[in-house]
Design a protein around this ligand. Structure first.
Ligand code: SER
Length: 317
């Protein structure tokens, strides 16, 4: 991994992943790919190249790969679960036609490809507790349908053409640089902003709803580490369960109140998000990732909360 294209570089994951890879591979070109209306700014813009990279434009992708000698593509373009329910055709277009364009460029130019999957790739029939690596994947959301298809198509390109595709099933990602855009797990990010700003938080997810969550530094570590892993050890490729913490909303709120006792929360359950959340795992079994590429998270709910509050106080107050 030396010359890297990050597609979706201004999104929740991309804005931090691009900077991490630039720091770790200073001799490489790490291109911040973006779409109109989501241009990189500040440090992201100033610390390396940036190019228009719409996944739906195959020629644009091929030109960037050629120009910078790209060897690895991080494909982070996606509509998250709640937005994808509102715009299912657009979600399919970005997530599937976009992926096909990327995999074709990767086949021709011999690039490795990372396209995240998600807890959203599971559905109501999936075992919810200790969700195994290899199990039933029959999601009912468009987001989930595209994520299962992403896993299958990525594995297809590996087996048929030898394209080095690898990926993880991300839990809900909690971060403090860029807000997520329309996911079911977003509440676990937004409540920190409300807590630090001293505003009441309106929670769209009902008490008692467990979902896997992860702090962004662990998620970024997984994305980089997996792409650098010894391929001879990988039994699986698309995609690995990775897990670090699982909680229901009231557990998170109680944890935040240990540091910000004034946090006020009211529940106003969103039926679309709640139905999606109910169909997702409570907690995934990530033993294959641990065995095949030494995955190990570093943050738990307490250390994450301390860091989130400190970072957001610096940013917002
Ligand atoms: N965070 C995503 C969502 O809620 C799940 O991968 O849509």
């Amino acid at each position: 991994m030396k010359n890297v294209l990050v597609i979706g570089s201004t999104g929740q994951i991309g804005s931090e992943l691009t900077m991490k890879i630039r720091r770790e591979i200073p001799e490489g070109n790490v291109v911040a790919g973006y779409i109109p209306g989501a241009e990189p700014k500040g440090e992201l813009l100033e610390s390396g190249p940036a190019e228009l990279a719409d996944v739906r434009n195959a020629q644009q992708l091929a030109d960037i790969v050629e120009k910078y000698g790209i060897d690895t593509i991080y494909n982070l373009a996606a509509l998250l679960s709640a937005v994808a329910e509102k715009k299912p055709l657009l979600a399919w277009d970005i997530q599937m036609n976009g992926l096909l364009n990327i995999l074709e460029v990767a086949r021709e130019k011999k690039c490795a490809v990372f396209t995240p999957s998600s807890i959203g790739s599971f559905g109501p029939e999936t075992p919810h507790v200790g969700t195994p690596q290899d199990t039933i994947q029959r999601p009912r959301s468009m987001y989930g349908v595209t994520k299962v298809a992403t896993e299958l198509l990525s594995d297809y390109y590996f087996h048929k053409y030898g394209v080095d595709t690898r990926s993880v099933r991300f839990p809900g990602l909690i971060s403090n640089v860029t807000l997520p855009g329309g996911g079911t797990t977003d509440y676990a990010v937004e409540v920190y902003y409300s807590a630090v700003k001293g505003e009441e938080f309106v929670c769209p997810i009902a008490p008692g709803t467990y979902m896997d969550m992860m702090y962004m530094p662990d998620a970024l570590g997984a994305a980089v580490h997996l792409m650098q892993a010894d391929p001879s050890r990988l039994v699986h490729r698309n995609s690995f369960n990775i897990a670090s913490m699982s909680f229901e909303p009231e557990t998170l709120f109680a944890k935040i109140r240990e540091y910000i006792p004034s946090l006020k929360v009211r529940y106003e359950v969103d039926p679309v998000r709640q139905a999606i959340a109910n169909s997702w795992p409570d907690s995934m079994d990530d033993s294959c990732a641990r065995a095949e590429w030494d995955w190990k998270p570093t943050y738990d709910i307490d250390s994450m909360t301390v860091d989130m509050i400190a970072c957001l106080r610096r940013k917002l107050l």
